[in-house]
Design a protein around this ligand. Structure first.
Ligand code: GLC
Ligand code: GLC
Length: 657
């Protein structure tokens, strides 16, 4: 958009830039900057326009963008151009992700390069390597307390190793996702160290207070994220003799985005990792980016403006790079992290679908899909050119953040229902085979979340211990059904490492003082590669899960209806145990896929009459894409065995996929 004020300023900035970076070819940079500058300028003035140094700051920002562009390797710039020409590339059904802790999965970065064939064997072509930047030796919240945003933790390798990894992955057609922890730094970060020496400029990077007055006001409305291990949101720093805001752990200092210097540094860091070859950048804890007294300090409007501004800046330098929003908040809030508009107010292309994840677990515990159906029905529509990251488990806990109104609509009482879920998954409920642990228990509010490995939550650990074949079978079916839902819902599926082998809880974290208080470590395994070889051994649960998942991934990749073009339609059926949705093929009705899952321990019937006039049923006999078989039919009702699911399509069109 052309507008005089911002354009006049842009001319000034470009004059200055041309003096400093004269010999470079900045053609592409200039076109993109011209296209985005009006928005960058207006967002930046909205956030920082009241400051005397506004102009100096926006010049500094633009200069950083130019330098990052100059540093961008040619090979990556070519990818940017290719993706500009094929802007829906990431909505394809071909992408399947895995998230992993480097040390637990492969030891270090060179080790991960060695393990890429294993990932490809499974069909993984997007890898999220959990934080590997320099962090404290002891407790570091799994690397989410960063001490140096431009250096790799020596235990993981070097920046050069990241570039090698990214190049190797590119040759193999795989995408690399890296974290940029935008909300906070470790207390060992240089900025924090400078703040501790009393430097006011660096104290201005954080929320620092002499007395308890302001912190106390904040506390009135701020919830506690880690109530057991890090109660409260402020920490007294002895060296500084001041309070500092620490929403997560006491060693994670919250960055203050009302300071433009913080924003500029963090954009520069995002671009730095984009330039080392990250295809996707995961922005951690984005809901927390703006703090305001009298609010929960989550999902504030300014947090969204900051993300829009980050996106606009990144598009100028590295338009092929995508953002993932990690905002584990209420469904109506999560959706906002895609932005208000896919073009003029875009934020992140991808967001964690925490709603779907938690609802799936609700269906597991209740053995029915009432809340799952209700919650998905009320999940607001997302933008075009935006997609979900769907997952059953990740490195974090399972929060029970569904809407209370949805819980009530299913005739449950919210408090009692959440209490039941925690009891179910921690095995406290009579008859539950689940082996999770409570996390984030807050006696003041009655809140609690759940930790635990997928297989242990699904009952496999209990069944194996009891050597109960029927229970093992059920657990395996349930595990594959959860994967089946994640793979077909619409979005990029993200497998948590170890889950492809049915890895159970690992309690060894209790021996480590830096981890013992945080039960999330129970599901952050160290892969035992000898055990992983059992995926080739017939009759083992490792083989059953690995092969099952591998096969489903392969089917997903060739099923066009599974691409995410907002082509999902939830189907209302009268049987409450079933979760049924239709994935419409973009052009061929006959190639649409009906996904139907049974969360109950008994076989359930799907009445085809209830599907109404949905066209694709007319085309021929139904076939399950996973098994290649026709499902059992009785009086026009499909029988779905306990804890199983189907991906149904009409047989005649099968060859067209
Ligand atoms: C994110 C991470 C979580 C971490 C928190 C603080 O939510 O997923 O693991 O504890 O941020 O960095
Ligand atoms: C809360 C936060 C989320 C974080 C998680 C870690 O749910 O909202 O960002 O990952 O805690 O437990």
């Amino acid at each position: 958009m052309y507008e005089q004020v911002s354009h006049a300023l842009l001319n000034e900035i470009l004059d200055e830039l041309s003096l400093t970076v004269r010999r470079e070819d900045l053609r592409h940079f200039y076109t993109r900057l011209g296209a985005n500058f009006y928005v960058i300028h207006s967002l930046f003035s909205h956030l920082y326009g009241h400051r005397q140094d506004f102009k100096r700051q926006i010049i500094a920002l633009t200069e950083r963008l130019a330098r990052a562009y100059i540093d961008r390797p040619r090979a990556l710039e070519e990818i940017d151009m290719a993706r500009e020409g094929d802007h829906n590339w990431f909505l394809s059904q071909e992408w399947v992700g895995m998230a992993l802790y480097l040390d637990g999965f492969a030891g270090d970065l060179p080790g991960l390069v060695q393990r890429l064939p294993y990932l490809q064997e499974l069909g993984i072509n997007m890898v999220h390597v959990m934080p590997i930047l320099r962090c404290p030796q002891g407790a570091s919240d799994g690397g989410y307390a960063v001490s140096d945003f431009r250096d790799i933790d020596p235990r993981a390798g070097t920046v050069e190793d990241v570039r090698t990894l990214s190049e190797t992955m590119r040759q193999r057609g795989m995408l690399l996702t890296l974290d940029v922890v935008v909300n906070h730094t470790s207390n060992e970060h240089e900025w924090a160290q400078q703040a501790r020496t009393g430097d006011p400029a660096f104290q201005g990077f954080y929320y620092v207070f002499d007395k308890r007055d302001v912190p106390d006001m904040f506390e009135e409305t701020m919830p506690e994220i880690f109530p057991e291990t890090a109660p409260g949101n402020f920490t007294w720093d002895e060296t500084m003799d001041k309070w500092v805001m620490t929403v997560f752990n006491d060693y994670q200092w919250d960055l203050n985005y009302s300071n433009p210097a913080v924003f500029i540094e963090m954009v520069d860091i995002i671009l730095f990792w984009a330039n080392q070859g990250a295809d996707i950048v995961r922005l951690d804890a984005v809901a927390f980016l703006w703090k305001k007294i009298g609010t929960s300090c989550q999902n504030e409007r300014e947090a969204h403006l900051i993300l829009q501004l980050m996106k606009d800046c990144c598009q100028v330098v590295a338009p092929g790079v995508l953002f993932i929003a990690e905002a584990i908040v209420a469904p109506s809030e999560i959706i906002k992290y895609f932005g208000e508009d896919a073009v003029i107010a875009k934020e992140c292309e991808i967001a964690y679908n925490a709603t779907f994840m938690a609802l799936l677990w609700d269906a597991v515990a209740t053995k029915n899909a009432k809340l799952l159906n209700q919650g998905i029905r009320n999940l607001p529509d997302k933008l075009d050119r935006a997609t979900w990251l769907n997952y059953a488990r990740c490195h974090d806990d399972i929060g029970l953040g569904f809407e209370d109104t949805d819980i009530r609509a299913c005739d449950y009482e919210p408090f009692a229902h959440r209490h039941f879920l925690v009891d179910w998954f921690t095995g406290a409920f009579e008859g539950s085979p689940s082996r999770g642990r409570p996390f984030g228990v807050n006696p003041k509010t009655g809140d609690a979340r759940i930790s635990g490995a997928l297989a242990s939550l699904a009952g496999l650990e209990t069944a194996l211990e009891a050597d109960d074949q029927a229970a093992i079978r059920h657990a395996l079916d349930l595990i594959l059904t959860l994967h089946g839902m994640v793979l077909s819902f619409g979005g990029i599926p993200l497998v948590w490492y170890g889950d492809e082998l049915g890895t159970l809880n690992d309690s060894s974290f209790l021996q480590d003082v830096n981890k013992a208080g945080d039960t999330r470590w129970i599901h952050r395994p160290r892969i035992n590669w000898e055990r992983a070889d059992r995926r080739h051994l017939h009759g083992t649960h490792e083989q059953h899960i690995f092969n099952g998942l591998k096969h489903m991934i392969a089917v997903r990749k060739t099923t066009l209806a599974f691409a995410d073009f907002n082509n999902r339609e939830l189907v209302d059926v009268s049987n409450p145990h079933l979760f049924v949705f239709l994935r419409n093929h973009p052009t061929m009705e006959a190639s649409s896929v009906l996904v139907a899952a049974n969360f109950d321990a008994a076989p359930q019937y799907l009445d085809l009459e209830e599907l109404g006039r949905r066209g694709f049923l007319r085309y021929g006999q139904l076939e399950d894409l996973v098994t290649g078989e026709a499902p059992a039919l009785f009086n026009n009702r499909v029988v779905i065995p306990p804890f199983r699911f189907y991906w149904l399509t009409s047989q005649q069109t099968r060859t067209l996929f």
